[in-house]
Design a protein around this ligand. Structure first.
Ligand code: ACO
Length: 322
């Protein structure tokens, strides 16, 4: 029986123009560049001014479509991961679809899985393609976390940034062309209180701000990131030696380094953009991936191991052959 699988044919990204440096932050809260740099690896982040999440998503998606050489009229599925939607309803996927001119009848929906959002979204789109329900899908991670950041809390406001990343997935019946080799997603609801917003529609009737127990998140993150990566590798039938690049969710350089060390990856094999973007949640993986593919760091044929962990807790991994 002929089986269908998916290949990524285009990568795109977009960040807001405004840049907030650590020195800028030190004028807003009691902090300094030295503390932020050594504890997190972050030097600056992009912050939305007038841009909405759907604006960033639409620009990233347009770039991915151009990169793929695919017309927007050919897209037959849109999956967008975000925890900072433009509206409570309709979905940001639909608002973005309207901006892009996605044709009538094409399903578009949001995924809420915090920093694991992109791997969750990729999994759903890959599954839809494998089931023959879609042939060309846009998969996007987009956030304006600055809107749910408490700018008076120095313990969290230094960590986050805004941005978007996108890929175009295409169905193929040629196993040689498949490049989404495996996806795995997980969650554990025991940890819903450890990292959350202090509000929401049906509780406080507002979106709230991010609050977290940073040390608890830190402890869990390294194990979860390693676990997501290992499970995805196992499913792909590969091992760590086959991997050219590890691309972990960009939460904190110490978490990234800890994960690489736990998995036995040399730092030179780890893709990061945290220094100039901070933690962009669902956008962090596709944003980094698009930057590194488009600047030539990641080359055709390279095996890239994605892994993420976020509020919930959620986590997951994916193996790509670029
Ligand atoms: N500037 C200066 N001092 C600060 C700042 C700041 N921005 N923030 C906290 N401090 C102070 C604290 O008040 C504390 O002071 P005290 O000792 O006088 O009480 C001191 O620095 C140490 O604070 P800790 O919270 O113990 O610092 P820690 O080393 O744990 O680092 C951090 C904090 C960076 C948040 C760390 O716990 C972390 O990275 N956790 C992971 C959280 C994360 O990445 N979350 C993102 C979302 S989750 C995800 O994406 C997977």
């Amino acid at each position: 029986m002929m089986s269908i699988s998916s290949k990524i044919v285009g990568y795109g990204h977009c960040v807001p123009q405004k840049v907030l440096t650590n020195d800028d932050l030190s004028k807003i809260v009691d902090t300094n560049d030295e503390w932020i740099s050594t504890r997190t690896g972050i030097k600056s982040r992009h912050i939305a001014n007038n841009e909405t999440t759907s604006d960033l998503a639409a620009n990233a998606a347009k770039m991915a479509l151009i990169n793929a050489g695919i017309d927007v009229s050919d897209i037959d599925l849109v999956v967008l991961a975000t925890i900072t939607p433009d509206y409570t309803t309709p979905s940001t996927a639909l608002v973005m679809a309207n901006k892009l001119g996605i044709r009538e009848g094409v399903p578009a929906f949001d995924i809420s899985a915090a920093c694991s959002g992109f791997i969750y979204a990729l999994t759903q789109a890959d599954n839809a393609i494998r089931l023959g329900q879609a042939s060309k899908a846009l998969v996007i991670g987009a956030e304006t976390l600055s809107n749910i950041t408490d700018w008076t809390d120095r313990g969290t406001c230094v960590l986050f940034g805004d941005g978007a990343g996108a890929v175009v997935l295409e169905a193929t019946d040629n196993p040689e062309e498949t490049n989404v080799l495996a996806t795995r997603i997980f969650a554990d609801s025991k940890h819903i209180e450890t990292l959350k917003t202090n509000g929401g529609v049906s509780t406080t009737k507002s979106s709230g701000f991010i609050q977290m127990d940073g040390k608890e998140v830190f402890k869990y993150a390294v194990n979860a990131l390693a676990n997501g990566a290992e499970k995805a590798l196992e499913k792909a039938g590969l091992n760590a030696n086959d991997v050219d690049w590890l691309l972990p969710h960009q939460a904190n350089i110490r978490i990234i380094d800890g994960t690489a060390q736990k998995m036995g990856f040399d730092k030179a094999k780890v893709l990061t953009n945290i220094a100039n973007h901070g933690n962009t949640s669902a956008a962090s993986i596709p944003l980094t991936l698009s930057q590194k593919v488009n600047d030539g760091t990641v080359k055709k044929g390279d095996i890239v191991l994605l892994t993420s962990m976020g509020a919930g807790f959620t986590w997951g991994g994916a193996v790509l052959k670029i």
